[in-house]
Design a protein around this ligand. Structure first.
Ligand code: MCA
Ligand code: AMP
Length: 521
């Protein structure tokens, strides 16, 4: 029975209970490791009394707050699977996750998402046995609907002992976009989550003396995976920001922050702020480490940040299915812009060609991953799971090459149907499926348009039904799609540019050729 990683997860909780683990940016509150564990055991006990037990899924639709790590560890304390959901998701995404995960309970903290969950339950009475209301949502509890408040659960007597778990037990499902319309639940055991983060944070010399400035959302691998689990593994103090704001991040570093992790869009905004206020560059110079991931960091951005702060951003690479796998080295002079670095010790990473032969330097192939950091499966989808492995290697779908020094250079996604905007992964198919339900749209193709700030912006090429009012131009359609997509999908999936076409370009076999769709500059 392997519990190596779980022991590391609880090390600081068990040995340094009085040290501060999480604090809110506005200093309104903080949680020591001991208080975090105590509250998690109370909430866990409350859930257990509802009948939630090992491997039951609990969906969490939560904005960043000090309650979020309590909820996560409450789920872990009883062996329930934490299913974080992006709070920007709309009806289509959330309905799918609730159904696909088979969750018995969901916890939610805004009245807006509560209304959506109620509507989904009214439409499908089999969905969820209980809804736990936290924060703003808790003001509106309806016990007749199986609703109860987080506070009432958190008043339970704490569990005497955490559920006895092994590293192979399931900790989390992360829903991630694929080349098909519906997202897939990446089933991650403790081993997968903790091995890579332990390895990565050791590589980054992350310690109890660090203060992490955490302004990433806490429902994806970057913020929740590395940020929250890194805090627990390394025993540092973490400052939770409810949302990213360049000025707040600078203030947090001034206040003692030593590590900041961001997506490239955040660095674009930081550079903009520093150009307006060069003195802030000296503040950031005082931090120890800036890392970037989730999307490609351009060399220009790397250089601008170095010029303004003296820091060489450490870029690393990962994926929900494999967690963190590749990182630039820690010594600043060895960090190479435009590369993602080398495989981290927890896993094997190679670039292979179509025949699974190792690629020579300069030759573009696919990143493949093997080892402890890799997911167990796509939940309930054995065929999709099988398709994504070959010869024991997980096929990432990312194209890359080795440079002359052995650093890995990320070249892009192999599929044009997977996009990244602001560090969020987006399925073109999912947006196409929603937009094609519009009665006046005959056909739609969603394309990623390269963008300096966002990585990619979402473009929609539309073919309109015959007989539609011809005075409705692309700008009319942009507004129409905004209204049509709103509430159904996350706002960042909304097409920002629209063009109208007579037909979507196809090859002789009828396959859509997105590279022929031109959105102009
Ligand atoms: C918002 N806007 C956009 C987009 N999103 N425009 C184009 N494309 C978009 N995607 C517009 C808004 O409508 C608004 O315009 C304006 O930009 C500012 O929006 P705002 O709400 O301020 O943006 P934001 O909420 O601050 O979002 C920016 C962000 C956010 C903070 C960078 O995207 C973010 O938190 N990204 C992190 C995602 C992440 O954690 N990914 C990790 C996945 P207007 O003013 O006109 O209304 S895990 C992963 O990838 C792997 C494992 C890994 O390796 O890490
Ligand atoms: P997600 O499924 O949201 O976990 O996103 C994983 C994807 O993000 C990877 O498959 C890559 O395409 C992309 N990604 C992560 N880190 C980087 C990076 N440093 N450079 C380029 N792309 C990245």
């Amino acid at each position: 029975m392997d519990t190596r990683y779980l022991e590391r997860l609880y090390h600081h909780i068990d040995h340094r209970p009085d040290a501060v683990a999480f604090r809110s940016f506005d200093h309104a509150g903080s949680l020591t490791f001991g208080a975090l564990d105590e509250r998690a055991r109370c909430y866990g006990a409350g859930l257990k009394a509802l009948g939630v037990s090992k491997e039951d899924r609990v969906v969490a639709i939560l904005e960043t707050s000090l309650s979020l790590p309590v909820v996560l560890l409450g789920h872990y304390a009883i062996g329930a699977v934490h299913v974080p959901v992006n709070t920007r998701y709309g009806e289509v995404e959330i309905a799918h996750i609730l159904e696909d995960s088979g969750a018995r309970v969901a916890i939610v903290d805004t009245s807006h998402k509560l209304s959506l969950l109620r509507a989904l339950r009214a439409a499908n009475p089999g969905l969820l046995e209980h809804l736990v209301l936290l924060g703003e949502a808790a003001e509106d509890v309806n016990e007749d609907l199986g609703e109860l408040t987080f506070e009432s659960l958190a008043q339970s007597a704490p569990l005497e002992a955490r559920e006895s778990l092994e590293d192979e037990d399931l900790a989390m499902f992360i829903y991630t976009s694929g080349t098909t319309g519906k997202s897939k639940g990446v089933a991650l055991p403790y081993r997968a989550i903790l091995s890579g983060i332990d390895s990565l944070t050791t590589l980054w010399r992350w310690s109890e003396d660090d203060v992490l400035v955490l302004a990433l959302p806490l429902f994806h691998v970057h913020g929740l995976g590395i940020g929250v689990h890194g805090t627990l593994l390394r025993g540092c103090e973490t400052v939770l920001h409810e949302r990213f704001d360049a000025g707040d991040v600078i203030a947090s570093v001034k206040d003692g922050g030593t590590i900041f992790m961001g997506v490239p869009t955040m660095y674009t905004r930081l550079v903009r702020a520093l150009e307006d206020d060069p003195a802030a560059g000296e503040v950031l110079a005082g931090a120890r480490l800036f890392t970037s991931g989730s999307a490609a960091l351009s060399s220009d951005l790397f250089e601008a940040f170095e010029r303004l702060t003296g820091h060489r951003i450490l870029e690393r690479y990962g994926m929900s299915e494999t967690m963190l796998t590749v990182s630039n080295p820690y010594p600043p002079e060895q960090r190479k812009p435009g590369t993602i670095g080398f495989p981290i010790p927890a896993c094997e990473v190679e670039i292979r060609d179509e025949e699974m032969n190792l690629c020579e330097p300069g030759v573009v192939g696919q990143i493949v991953v093997k080892g402890e950091t890799v997911m167990r499966e796509y939940w309930g989808a054995p065929e999709k799971t099988a398709e994504s492995f070959r010869d024991g290697w997980f096929l990432t779908g990312d194209a890359a090459r080795y440079d002359g020094d052995g650093y890995i250079v990320h070249v892009g996604r192999r599929s044009v149907d997977i996009l990244k905007s602001g560090g969020y992964k987006i399925s073109a198919r999912e947006i196409e499926e929603v937009i094609s339900r519009h009665p006046m749209v005959r056909e739609v193709a969603i394309v990623g348009i390269p963008d300096d700030e966002w990585g990619q912006r979402i473009g929609a090429a539309l073919v309109i039904e015959d007989g539609d009012d011809t005075s409705r131009d692309a700008s009319w359609w942009a507004d129409e799609l905004r209204a049509f997509v709103e509430g159904r999908l996350a706002d960042y999936k909304r097409p920002r540019e629209v063009i109208l076409l007579e037909e979507i370009p196809r090859n002789a076999l009828g396959k859509v050729q997105k590279h022929r769709i031109d959105f102009g500059a």
